[in-house]
Ligand binder design. Structure first.
Ligand SMILES: [Zn+2]
Ligand SMILES: [Zn+2]
Length: 318
């Protein structure tokens, strides 16, 4: 026999489904609603392209709900700072207290939406140029909710395609036939994307890049470099940096010194030379037993990722 469900809950869920339709997921245990999940976006009318942030709201109902507060979780935040998430969390706690005894889910959605609408500008940096997003910047949101300045994404995609073509040209004919065609991917999560580079290219460079002070290599930065080179040595000694499986080229690869000497301008390291030993350099030192990087400066294959000339350094070099 099925347990009777509190009418307040069935009414609330009916209302949510009527308003949000396919955008709300109701998970049940038997016939009892247990988890209600929806992705909250900022209000931008019907203009989905202008939504730069989002978060998944998960509400787990307690058996006594709405006479006791549900358990609320925010998952997969996109473009939101830790600070804003903390604020939203504390506002949610207040709302739960105020609404004890009555349905609260729609109130929660509205509360979160209000914050997202206020802060509908991605936090953090463009991973290509490492500058932030400010008013006046022309930037783009991918389908995977990652953000880049149009200008930077154009440079990245041009370099990426050039790199693909260079690698492709090195392959013997029979291998070229098997090679999948070039596909744009997100530099953060590698989701497939499809942008018109010519349109992206028309955007101005990031606002902060035009106002930033010239780059200076400080002792702090040098220490950071040493720290990262140790980390890289550790990763290399464990078999590589980051790969995406056996059938596709690893998007982050190691370069040799000769590689760098030949470097023209753009592009990541050649995949065919990945992990090929530089005869002039000693092999990467093995990690110590406690799993930490060896306490020496890494002098192996890696000489730094190449970058294009439109980023921060590009400006400093001018
Ligand atoms: Zn950028
Ligand atoms: Zn992405």
């Amino acid at each position: 026999m099925e347990a009777p469900v509190d009418e307040r809950i069935t009414d609330e869920i009916e209302a949510l489904q009527a308003i949000l339709m396919n955008d709300v997921v109701v998970k049940k245990v038997g016939n009892v609603p247990n988890i209600i999940e929806t992705v909250v976006h900022p209000s931008t009318g019907d203009d989905v392209d202008q939504q730069y942030v989002c978060v998944t709201l998960e509400v787990m109902l307690t058996p006594e709900y709405p006479d006791s507060s549900p358990q609320v979780t925010l998952r997969n935040p996109r473009g939101l700072s830790e600070e804003l998430l903390t604020t939203i969390h504390s506002q949610i706690r207040n709302k739960l207290k105020d609404c004890l005894g009555q349905p609260v889910i729609f109130e929660l959605i509205e509360l979160i939406r209000e914050y997202l609408t206020q802060k509908n500008l991605p936090s953090g940096q463009c991973v290509i140029c490492l500058y932030g997003f400010t008013n006046g910047d022309v930037f783009i949101k991918t389908q995977c909710y990652h953000h880049f300045h149009n200008h930077c994404l154009a440079s990245h995609l041009i370099a990426d395609k050039k790199n693909y073509q260079e690698e492709f040209d090195k392959l013997p004919n029979w291998k070229q036939m098997e090679e999948p065609p070039y596909q744009q991917t997100c530099p953060v999560c590698r989701c497939k994307m499809s942008f018109d580079v010519e349109t992206l290219k028309k955007a101005p460079p990031p606002v902060e890049s035009t106002t930033a002070a010239p780059f200076i290599l400080t002792t702090d930065l040098k220490a950071l470099q040493i720290g990262f080179s140790k980390l890289l040595a550790y990763q290399a000694s464990r078999g590589g940096v980051i790969g995406i499986g056996d059938n596709e080229p690893p998007p982050l690869t190691l370069t040799s010194s000769s590689d760098n000497d030949n470097a023209s301008s753009n592009g990541l390291a050649s995949t065919s030379q990945e992990r090929r030993a530089d005869p002039a350099a000693p092999a990467a030192a093995p990690a110590t037993a406690d799993g930490h990087a060896p306490p020496t400066n890494y002098r192996g294959l890696y000489r730094g990722f190449r970058r294009n000339t439109t980023g921060r350094r590009g400006r400093a070099a001018r």
